[in-house]
Ligand binder design. Structure first.
Ligand SMILES: [Zn+2]
Length: 152
């Protein structure tokens, strides 16, 4: 842990994510401290485009209406990283609102990508606590939890 971490950020050294579960982010919480550096490296070195998107979505509470350039920056980063499958789209539509992607569902899908990537980096299966929902912060995923149908 790092006592010099900026307020609001995860306590794992150099982690770029907000501390959404007490002192830790959803990627570090519940994972052994021996895996923290590997998780942080994965986030900073290989998943920075997703981390940037997750932070932007959370900061904007899922709305880019007043900052369309921020959304375009995310789009360009995903295209540059050859991750077009992560762009906001049909996968982020509620079954009750087809054709209308939800930023909250998009956030959940992006966070799941980070959980899978950091779980692989840490040599662990998907993180159970985060898979159960309970995201704290600007957005809340409990009521539209795409992980609910996934194996735990
Ligand atoms: Zn973290």
């Amino acid at each position: 842990m790092n006592d010099l971490t900026a307020p609001g950020l995860c306590s794992a050294a150099d982690c770029p994510l907000p501390a959404s579960f007490g002192k830790f982010c959803f990627c570090h919480i519940g994972r052994p401290s021996s895996s923290h550096n590997a998780i942080t490296r994965e986030l900073n070195d290989r998943q920075a485009h997703i981390v940037g998107a997750v932070c932007a979505i959370r900061q904007r509470a899922g709305s880019f209406a007043d900052v369309p350039e921020t959304y375009r920056t995310i789009q360009r980063a995903f295209i540059a990283a050859e991750c077009r499958n992560l762009l906001l789209g049909e996968l982020d539509c509620s079954p009750h609102k087809p054709g209308r992607p939800s930023a909250r569902l998009w956030l959940c899908r992006l966070e799941r990508e980070l959980l899978d990537a950091t779980g692989a980096a840490a040599g662990q299966a998907r993180h159970v606590t985060a898979a159960l929902g309970g995201v704290i912060g600007a957005t809340r995923c409990e009521s539209s939890n795409p992980y609910a149908s996934q194996e735990l």
